[in-house]
Structure formats: C-alpha cells, structure tokens
Ligand binder design. Structure first.
Ligand SMILES: [Zn+2]
Ligand SMILES: [Zn+2]
Length: 559
C-alpha cells in the first residue's frame, strides 16, 4: 500500500494502517508531521471521517488513556475507531465549526482568554467606585493620611479625629459608651450629636445609626509629626482602618487605609479576579447567575453539579430565554460593575464605543464587553503605561493585545468581546477558537480543522491562511479538511480522497504536493486545479467546482 521509497519514521509521520470507519476502504496513508496538510475530495468521499473519526478521535482516546485513573473515572471511555493501527500521533486538538462545549457563559472574551486577562487587570489596577455616591474609593497609608491632615489644618483649622465604630446599623449601641469610657475616650458622636462617654447612652433600637468615638486632635500644621502620626494610627486602629476628620464647623472628611468611599466611608473588600468572573458567586449577577439571560430551570437542589445542570437547561431553553433585567445581560453583579480602570496611561483623545471618553469616564468591565475587537485593540495600542501601572500590567497587556490581534487576523474585529458564542455562526466560532489557540504556547500539537474558509471573504481568507501557517511555524501539525483552492495551494501536502461519494469513495486517490497532484491523472482535484491554471479565473476565489460536479456525474452514471 505504501510506496516503498517513502521511509516511514514515526517522528516525522503519522502512519495510518487499515482504516475502515464508515466508508473508508481499508485505507492506509502517511501524513507528514509538522506540516500543513489538506485532506480533500468530493463531498461524502470520507475526508471528514479520516480527519475526525480516525485521526482526531484516536488522538483523544489516547489522551484520555494517558490520564490517571482518578481523572478517567469522570469521562466515558471512547470507542476505538475501526482501524488496524496508527503510529506517530501527537496530542490532538480539533477546532470544529460547531460549538462543542457548553456555551451559556462563553463569550468572545472568555473563549479567547481576553476576559481572563482583563479580570487580572481590573483586580490589580481597578478602582472600586461607591455604589451610592459614584465616587472612587481609595486607601492611604497612615503616614500619607497624617501628612494630608496636617496640611489641611491650614485651611480648615483644628481637626478632631474620630473613629467610626458603627456604620448604618440598628440597635441601642449602649456598650460603645461603656467601652469608650473604660478606654479613656471622653466623647462620642452618634448621628451627628455629641455625647459624653460617662452619660447614659441609648439610641433608638430600630433606627440605623452612625457612631464615632473621638480619639484626639490635630491642631495645626506646626504640631509635631510624631504626635500627629500616633493619634492618626490610634484612630485608624479603633476605626478599623477608617478615620473621620471633623473641623470646627462640623464638616467631615473620611480617610482610610482600606478601600473606602471618600463620601460615605463605605468600605469595599479587596479586589480579586473572581469578582469579574461569570462562573463565580463572587462575581455573577445573582438573578441570572452569570448567564445574562433568564430561563426556566426546575427549583430543585442542584448540588455540586449545579454548573452542568444549569448549562443543560440553558441549552434546552433555547428560544425561550430572556435578557436578565437586573444586569441587562452584563452577567455580573453591581459591585463588579462598579470597578473602573482609571489608568494614567490611557490615551487622551481616543473615544470608544458610543463616544466613550476613557480619560474622564474610566471604563468598567462592562465597557470592555461592549467594545468590539477593533475598538479594544485601538485602545490598548494607544495605551502608554508608566511607573507603577506599567510594572503591574507588564505581563498582562501583551497577552491582551496579542489575542485581540489574532482575532483581527482571522477577520473577526467586528465582534464585541461580550458577545455570547451561542450567537456566532459556525465559521466565526471556529475562528475565535483558532485565535484562542494562537494565544496558547502549545507546540507539538496536531490541529484538525474542518473547512475553515467557509463564508470568508478573499481578504479574510488570506489572513486565515497566514494564521494557520503561524500555528504550523510554532512546531505544530495541521490537518485541514477543505476544498478551497487557495488553501490547497498553501498546503505542504494534499491527500485526495475519492473517487466518488459514499460507497464509491473511501479510497486514497493521490497524495503529495499540489504539483504532484496536478500531474496525477487519477486525481479529480489535481485535474480541476490544472484546468484552472490553463484558464486562470481573474480576481475571484471559489471552491474547486469540478469536485462537486464530478460527484454528480458519478452518481448520475450509476443510476
Ligand atoms: Zn459612598
Ligand atoms: Zn443578570
């Protein structure tokens, strides 16, 4: 079956012997590794069977077999394809048109991992804004607070330093006066009213109260720094990181070492990438649990497999789902959506979606979800970080830029990052997965793709082929099922299956470079391509029509 001149070395070849799956006629073939290989032939000739049911599924099966016993118990064993043997098969990844895994929480951003890197960026450099006041929260060191308060006395006069101990909480709070008295603090303030700590103190039980304890004063900017620092630190200790500075007129400013609102003192928990995840209870909108849509799901205890159960119902309820009214499809809770990325390095002039001004209205994670790939790329290309921002974002920004660039490369720069993958076409789906692979550093992998050029304009086709080449240059192998002529011209190796469809197919007609195929009289593909060369079509790109025509003729003859 094999040409004797072709030396088979397991490292350089995938050797397939005796494949009989579906219509394959005990087929044997060598597929070069590390190359761009196209499997072509008429529809129904068995090219997808060879690529997916033999090569890919055997690659998957071996991968599962190599997993440890513990991991294996969670997956169904895969059936072995009908084949004598395959040798030299590397780890295999398929990038199919259909959306293979659950997509309820998958977006363009999550599939390409851009969202994951944005989450890191927001967690490290984001500023939470107070949900009530829409003011940025901030935290300072005790040292910085001391300096700014001393400076403030020049305008505001002497400042009393109060430790907020109760914020917005119902109750009598009598114990606070007792505590203050025992610790030598003479005065406290409840809801703006002053009390001596030794007088009876009992607030109304069912109202919400704010209570502060007066710790000390900063009288002027000439006061000794050490003394000021010590009273500031004491206030922060009692106030658990918060300090209220009150002037003679009763005007107060809130200061703190925690991330807290400068208006109302509301304190935010430290930021964490999980806060921006659709898959985490920390981040998701409680109404839709990160799906962005509401759908019927039986009210039962979903237990540990809640994710899988929800995902299934999400799919079953296709067409009956409604946009979530609470997050308006943004999938995240108000706290996550209140964090803004307030970077000095953002460009001054650039406007984002709907005229968004990044400098004056720092973007939230929602802003990025609403941005197209093109808009996000423009923003990040024009962003010039310095100092601390640069230090922190150094490893994150290139990852985001690169992935945006790959999406642009495969012609998807019009997609919004927050777009649900369930709304994408098969071709778009495949290409974002391709872009995601480009972002990974895997090498030595075999990628199997089905007809990636379907629905592409000529310009995007060029980009796609360049992308495939790049995957190959990283030391990967490519097997592409395709009858697009340009793709075949780019291939290192073409395998032509046929001659017909169904029971009339399933044989290797020709293999080799495109030139070898064109010289091969038996290869319908080669003949069709050769005719094209003699009568070149100007300008337009089209599939090799002779292939489909050939199939019809053959079917006709049989009847
Ligand atoms: Zn506030
Ligand atoms: Zn929601």
């Amino acid at each position: 079956m094999f040409p004797s001149s072709m030396a088979v070395r397991s490292k350089s070849m995938i050797r397939i012997v005796g494949a009989r799956e579906h219509n394959l006629k005990n087929l044997s073939v060598n597929v070069p590794r590390g190359k761009f290989v196209v499997i072509t032939g008429v529809s129904g000739s068995g090219k997808s069977t060879l690529a997916f049911d033999i090569i890919f599924s055997e690659g998957q099966r071996r991968f599962l077999d190599s997993m440890n016993a513990y991991a294996r118990q969670f997956v169904e064993p895969l059936e072995r394809p009908d084949i004598d043997r395959i040798e030299g098969l590397p780890p295999t990844v398929s990038i199919e048109q259909r959306n293979s895994q659950g997509g309820g929480k998958s977006t363009v951003g999550t599939v390409t991992e851009i969202h994951q890197f944005l989450r890191l960026l927001f967690a490290r450099l984001g500023t939470p804004y107070c949900l009530d006041c829409d003011l940025p929260t901030s935290g300072q060191t005790p040292d910085a607070i001391t300096r700014s308060l001393k400076r403030a006395t020049r305008d505001r006069g002497a400042l009393r330093l109060l430790a907020p101990v109760i914020r917005n909480r119902k109750g009598f709070h009598s114990d606070i006066a007792t505590w203050a008295q025992q610790h030598g603090y003479l005065r406290l303030r409840a809801d703006g009213q002053w009390y001596a700590s030794d007088e009876p103190f009992r607030l109304s039980r069912y109202k919400e109260h704010d209570v502060e304890v007066e710790i000390g004063q900063i009288t002027s900017s000439r006061q000794a720094t050490a003394a000021c620092q010590s009273v500031v630190e004491e206030t922060l200790r009692v106030g658990k990181g918060l300090l209220l500075a009150l002037d003679e007129q009763g005007n107060g400013t809130m200061h703190g070492t925690r991330q807290a609102c400068q208006g109302c003192g509301y304190s935010m928990p430290p930021l964490d990438p999980k806060l921006f995840s659709y898959h985490s209870a920390r981040g998701w909108c409680e109404t839709c649990r990160g799906f962005g849509e509401l759908f019927h799901i039986p009210d039962v205890d979903r237990g540990a497999r809640a994710d899988a159960i929800e995902e299934s119902w999400f799919q079953w309820q296709e067409g009956k789902r409604e946009r979530c009214p609470d997050c308006d499809g943004a999938r995240l809770n108000p706290m996550a959506r209140s964090v803004r990325l307030n970077l000095d390095g953002f460009p001054n002039s650039l406007t984002g979606p709907r005229g968004h001004d990044f400098k004056n209205h720092p973007p939230t994670i929602d802003t990025f979800s609403a941005m197209t790939v093109r808009e996000a790329l423009e923003l990040f290309e024009a962003t010039r970080l310095k100092g601390r921002e640069k230090e922190i974002a150094r490893d994150i920004l290139p990852e985001i830029r690169e992935r945006l660039f790959f999406l642009q490369e495969v012609g998807l720069d019009y997609l919004q990052l927050g777009r649900s993958v369930t709304t994408l076409s098969g071709g778009e789906n495949q290409r974002i997965r391709l872009a995601a692979q480009l972002g990974s550093t895997l090498s030595g992998v075999l990628y199997v793709l089905d007809e990636p050029t379907i629905g592409l304009h000529a310009r995007d086709n060029v980009h796609l082929l360049r992308t495939l080449k790049r995957l190959q240059q990283r030391g990967n192998s490519l097997i592409v099922v395709e009858h697009d002529e340009d793709t075949m011209r780019e291939a290192d190796h073409v395998i032509d299956l046929g001659p017909g469809a169904g029971i009339h197919g399933g044989r290797i007609i020709a293999t080799g470079t495109l030139n070898q195929l064109c010289r091969n009289k038996a290869s319908l593909t080669g003949q069709a391509l050769r005719q094209k060369r003699t009568f070149p079509l100007s300008g337009c790109r089209r599939p090799v029509e002779g292939l489909e025509l050939g199939a019809d003729l053959r079917k006709g003859k049989k009847r």
